[in-house]
Structure formats: structure tokens, C-alpha cells
Design a protein around this ligand. Structure first.
Ligand code: ADP
Length: 401
């Protein structure tokens, strides 16, 4: 709405009346445009000439009400108040409101009344216009923010796809050449030893240790790839333990470390989680348990039913962890002993991956440890409803008839 002047459009086919009304309104300080032809009136309204329309409802052929309907059904015009004036005893009062009129005045109208009605409706229009403008500004701001968010989301998605494909491909692309290097280094070490070339033998041992380190990095990346593929399904805990120990058998083939693992999970019920993910978790925890306990020290993996869940525990009797370190061992690249003289292999990300994997399944991990006495890592898996219904059906068979 223009601040000034306010333009009133008077539409009526009674020339005398309209003329007098126009004069009087102009005298009140309004700019008045007068129109006899309804089509031209609609045209003027469409061009947003009018701030308020004063309409003679007795216009011939219903066309007066058509003008009102046009104004009220056209959202793009915003709020243009329409006052319809009707003759006394007119049958047009109800149809005028029905057509959307904001006010209906019965002629002859007292001048003071008309002025009050016009001013009230113009005030409403001012409020409406102000709110409409705020709305426009907000809509624009929201649309802009939406666009920015969409762009950010797209970039984020692209980055995430890229990250996933790097993690998946790197582990795949690295494993094959690494295996070739590993066997070549083993052969070289063998040859050097057979030929009693001490220097070459020492170098080959260095190369072998470096290859082992590289192997554990690749293994970590492979485990990260597993984090990206977590799914939830019923599985037998024993299957996950078998997967883990089979993998560890390869890792600890030369030292027989895997023979130290005592497994007691056979009686565990069917659980819910990602079988591969749980296998990775167990593999990592068992690997640490073997690594951080003395040769010959036993390592246990057990499962204990606790209500509707199964608590899985990996226990060792090794070097243990100081209490103030317990909160830090899940941080990436953190190792309690990171000195160059450290005698254990590893990269310091194993437990980080364990936590990531379990987080993806909505499971938390718990650790208890005592220096010199050993460590216990545990996590809880929900029992599958399949197993519960199976055991219930078994119970029902046992009920004597
Ligand atoms: P790393 O590759 O060093 O094993 P992890 O993330 O698996 O990395 O473990 C982080 C650190 O936590 C280890 O370096 C070690 O200091 C400590 N740690 C983990 N498991 C054990 C354990 N069973 N006994 C003693 N210390 C452990």
C-alpha cells in the first residue's frame, strides 16, 4: 500500500450519486478514481490502482458483485478492502457478504459512518500490508537458507560418497600388492638366512616388521569399511567368534597366539546386531588381549545371559591398564606406551574402530582393568525375538497336558 496518497476507487453506474460521493471523499483528503464500466474497474484494480474499492451493489446484471468476487479471489492483489453500498430493502445484502465484501452499507449512508468504515478498513489494510511485507522478506530469507542448506547437503553427500569409496577401494587396492611384498620379503629373508648373509638377513627382518605394520594399517582400513556397512540381523554369537578366531589364526600363525583363546559362547542364544561387525570387534579385542599378555597367558571370550540380553566379555591376564588411561584408549592413535622402545605392534586405532562399530549398532563398550592383573572388555547384545519365541515354544511343549 502506498503511504500517500490513498486511492479510493468508486464504482457505480448512477452518475449523479458517484459524482457527489467522489467530491465529498476528495474533500476528506482522499484521491478518488471513479469508474462506471465494471470491466474498466477490474482493469484498474488489476493494475493495483486502488487501495480500497467502494462499490454500488445495485450495479446492473450482477456485475458489481463480480468485481467484489474478482478482488477477493485474486490472492496476488493482497488485501484490497471492498465496501458495497446497497439500496434500502435491497435483497443484495447477503449476496454482497457472500461475494466477500468487507462491509455493506445501506443507503443513504451517514457521512460520518462511511468515513469511519473506510478508515477502519484502511487501517486493517495497513496492518495486512506490513505483515505481508514481513512475510515476503521471511520467505525470501528462508528460500535462500534452504538453497544454501541444499548446496551444503549436496557437497556433504558427495564428500561422504567419495570418503566411502576411498575407504572401500584403498583397502582392496592395498591388500593385493601388500601380499606380494610380504611373500617376496619372506622369500628374501629365507634366502639371506640360507646364504648366511647377516646384513641382508637383518634388512629383511626390518622389511618384514615394516610389512607387518603396513598390514595392520590396511586391516584397520578394512575394518573402517565394515563400519560403513553395518546392518542389524539375528545371528549366532559362536559364528562371529569363529570368524574372528579364523582371521586371528592367520595373523598369529607363527606364534600360535590364537591357541591361547578359550571360547565359551556355544550356549549363547541368538542375538541381534551385525555379525561381521561383531566379529571385527572380537578380532580386535582378542588381538589386543593376546598382544598385551605374556606368552602362554590365557585369553577368554565368554557370553553370559542377562535378562533379554547377552553380555559378551573378552578377558586377559596381561599387563593391564592404569585407571587414568582407561578413558583415553578409545581415542584414535592413542597408545598407553607410545615410546620408540615399545615392544607391541599396532597403530593405536583398533579400539577406536571397535567403538565406531559398536556405536553404529547402538551398543556401548565397557572396560575394567588392573595393571599387572589383566583387562576385561565387555559389551551387551540384545537377544533376538526369534530366539525368545523359540524358547517359549519349547517351554510350551514341556507343559504337561
Ligand atoms: P593398538 O594398535 O596400539 O593396539 P588399540 O586402539 O587397539 O591400538 O589400543 C590402544 C591402546 O590401548 C593400546 O596401545 C594399549 O596401550 C591399550 N590396550 C588395549 N587393549 C589392551 C589390553 N587388552 N591390555 C592392555 N592394554 C591394552
Amino acid at each position: 500500500m502506498s503511504l500517500s496518497p490513498v486511492i479510493l476507487l468508486v464504482v457505480g453506474d448512477e452518475h449523479e450519486n458517484s459524482h457527489a460521493l467522489q467530491h465529498w471523499l476528495e474533500h476528506q483528503g482522499y484521491v478518488v478514481q471513479s469508474e462506471k464500466d465494471p470491466t474498466l474497474a477490474i482493469d484498474a484494480i488489476s493494475r493495483r490502482v486502488a487501495d480500497l474499492v467502494l462499490l454500488n451493489g445495485e450495479l446492473s446484471n450482477e456485475r458489481g458483485l463480480d468485481i467484489c468476487r474478482f478482488v477477493k479471489s485474486n490472492d496476488a492483489l493482497g488485501f484490497i478492502p471492498v465496501i458495497i453500498m446497497v439500496a434500502p430493502e435491497s435483497a443484495r445484502i447477503e449476496p454482497a457478504f457472500g461475494a466477500g465484501a468487507d462491509d455493506v452499507l445501506i443507503q443513504p449512508v451517514r457521512q460520518g459512518d462511511m468515513l469511519t468504515r473506510i478508515n477502519v478498513l484502511l487501517r486493517v489494510k495497513r496492518h495486512y500490508d506490513a505483515i505481508w511485507q514481513q512475510n515476503q522478506a521471511l520467505t525470501y530469507k528462508l528460500a535462500k537458507q534452504n538453497q544454501e542448506l541444499e548446496l551444503a547437503l549436496k557437497a556433504q553427500n558427495e564428500l561422504s560418497v567419495l570418503k566411502d569409496s576411498i575407504v572401500r577401494n584403498v583397502s582392496h587396492e592395498l591388500r593385493t600388492p601388500l601380499l606380494q611384498v610380504k611373500s617376496a620379503v619372506a622369500m628374501l629373508a629365507e634366502d639371506a638366512r640360507a646364504a648366511s648373509v647377516t646384513g641382508a638377513s637383518v634388512l629383511a627382518d626390518h622389511a618384514r616388521a615394516a610389512t607387518a605394520r603396513l598390514e595392520s594399517v590396511v586391516q584397520n582400513i578394512t575394518q573402517l569399511a565394515a563400519v560403513l556397512n553395518i546392518k542389524t540381523e539375528p545371528f549366532r554369537l559362536a559364528d562371529a567368534v569363529n570368524l574372528a578366531t579364523r582371521q586371528l589364526g592367520r595373523q598369529w600363525a607363527s606364534s600360535g597366539g590364537v591357541d591361547r583363546i578359550k571360547v565359551a559362547v556355544e550356549s549363547a542364544p541368538l542375538v541381534i546386531g551385525d555379525r561381521g561387525g561383531v566379529a571385527q570387534v572380537l578380532q580386535q579385542l582378542l588381538d589386543n588381549a593376546i598382544k598385551f599378555s605374556p606368552k602362554g597367558g590365557s585369553v577368554e571370550v565368554t557370553a553370559e545371559r542377562q535378562g533379554g540380553s547377552v553380555c559378551v566379555t573378552v578377558r586377559d591376564y596381561g599387563i593391564g591398564i592404569e585407571e587414568d588411561q582407561l578413558g583415553r584408549i578409545f581415542q584414535a592413535f592413542y597408545q598407553v606406551d607410545s615410546s620408540p622402545t615399545r615392544s607391541f605392534g599396532g597403530t593405536g586405532v583398533g579400539l577406536t574402530i571397535v567403538k565406531l562399530l559398536l556405536d553404529q549398532m547402538g551398543i556401548s563398550i565397557h572396560v575394567e582393568s588392573k595393571p599387572g592383573a589383566g583387562s576385561t572388555f565387555s559389551f551387551v547384545l540384545p537377544i533376538s525375538p526369534l530366539d525368545i519365541s523359540e524358547s517359549l515354544s519349547k517351554q510350551s511343549v514341556d507343559i504337561p497336558q
